[in-house]
Design a protein around this ligand. Structure first.
Ligand code: FAD
Length: 395
């Protein structure tokens, strides 16, 4: 019998899982290492499968995310397109969002991370989750009756099951799977918000050699943007934000004015610089009373825009398994069986896309652009996403 679930990490996966569990009658305790969330300029796009996961956890949660962000492909709406550009602003193709909600059940939603976090936190609180801020999970120990999560300051929390939702460098993962650094994928990402260009108010993806600039409209004439670049590990994150921004602007100085504008209008304050990592697929998703979700088990290169999507799918599936299985053993085994192949496949596709997108050689970039032209012409950028967006949440 499962009564109380401990969750290490109050990020996207942890808060969503806490809400899922509370709505299904289980106690959820979220131990989060920060005391208050940071307000950064970073954003993300939640694909229709991510939105379906939220809706299955609690319909009001998906509605709140739609209200806080900018949905594309809402039922009955038309005309929302993301152009694929080259560095000079010439259009290589475009992806249409028309019919997303009709086809996939939900639109895609671009949202600032801080706004998504606020929605998830409010939902977890309203559902009655117990939140423990300032708790840095360090290790756990279990016996036949329960499991204890121990913080770096010695505090302990006890429950029936522990879920590691503590992100890329998960402490729970380290105890469960063993030590091992994530793999740097040769890409660094500089992120911020800026003014939406008149030519592309909903955003764009612009491809250069070894650099890609992505922007997505988040409302009020603003876009969040990511400039991702082939780089050596640690080269960019050690720079102050102002210097990173200046260098990105320098690298874009010959680019199309619409692309330059989004970076030119960003302030240092919300600028985030991160190297991009993933991990090889892990066979160990759970052991004993402990399981992993989200980036703790399957961090992925961001280019497919599915890391948070997979984290939310994990939360939706684990929430159902923990609340319906007869035993915690069968709940965790069922969760891993349902999730591992899909997450591994999406991580693999993300890594491949990241490599192709950031190709540096002139011939490689020309080939990439030619492929983009063909792909967007033949599929409208939609059909190849059926495997991703067509995911069905558990009942
Ligand atoms: C540049 C970039 C762009 C991206 N764009 C997208 C996108 O468009 N769409 C998309 O779906 N995904 C995107 N992603 C991926 C997405 O951000 C992640 O996959 C997602 O945040 C994973 O959620 P999570 O809850 O597993 O981890 P996190 O969001 O990292 O949350 C982990 C939480 O655990 C806490 N924590 C860490 N250690 C401890 C500890 N020891 N004890 C207690 N708490 C701890 C952290 O403070 C944090 O709150 C992007 C990633 C990057 C880098």
């Amino acid at each position: 019998m499962i009564g109380r679930v401990l969750i290490a990490g109050g990020g996207i996966a942890g808060l969503a899982l806490a809400t899922a569990l509370r709505h299904r009658g289980l106690d959820a305790v979220v131990a989060e290492h920060t005391s208050a969330p940071a307000r950064s300029g970073a954003g993300l796009v939640l694909a229709p499968n991510a939105m379906k996961a939220l809706h299955s956890i609690e319909p009001g949660l998906a509605a709140a995310v739609r209200a806080a962000g900018r949905p594309s492909g809402v039922r009955g709406s038309t005309g929302h397109r993301t152009p694929f550009l080259d560095a000079r602003g010439r259009e290589l193709g475009r992806v249409s969002f028309d019919g997303f909600e009709e086809r996939w059940g939900q639109p895609a939603v671009a949202i600032l991370r801080a706004d998504l976090h606020a929605v998830l936190l409010d939902a977890a609180k309203a559902a009655g989750a117990e939140l423990v801020p300032g708790f840095t999970a360090q290790r756990y120990s279990g016996d036949s009756a329960s499991i204890e999560l121990v913080a770096s300051d010695g505090r302990g929390l006890r429950g029936d099951v522990l879920v590691g939702a503590d992100g890329l460098r998960s402490a729970v993962r380290r105890s469960l799977v063993g030590p091992g650094e994530p793999r740097y994928r040769g890409i660094t990402a500089v992120r911020g918000t800026g003014v939406a260009p008149e030519a592309h108010p909903d955003g764009f993806i612009a491809y250069g050699r070894g650099i890609v600039v992505f922007a997505a409209g988040v409302g009020d004439g603003r876009v969040y943007w990511v400039a991702s670049m082939a780089a050596r590990r640690g080269e960019w994150p050690r720079r102050p934000a102002a210097e990173a921004l200046r260098l990105v602007r320098d690298r874009l100085c010959t680019w199309d004015p619409a692309v330059r504008q989004v970076v030119a209008t960003a302030g240092d304050a919300g600028c985030v610089v991160t190297d991009v990592f993933d991990r090889p697929p892990s066979r160990t998703w759970h052991r004993g009373r402990v399981a992993l979700v989200g980036d703790a088990i399957h961090p992925m290169v961001y280019t497919l825009g599915q890391g948070a999507g997979m984290a939310l799918e994990d939360a939706a599936v684990l929430g159902v398994r923990l609340s319906t299985a007869e035993t915690w053993e069968s709940a965790l085994a069922g969760y891993a069986a349902e999730r591992s192949a899909r997450a591994a496949k999406v991580a693999r596709q993300s890594r491949m896309l990241g490599r192709v997108a950031h190709v540096r050689s002139p011939s490689g970039a020309a080939l990439r652009d030619a492929v983009l032209r063909i792909v967007t012409r033949t599929t409208g950028g939609g059909r190849q996403n059926a495997a991703l967006f067509g995911w069905s949440p558990p009942c």
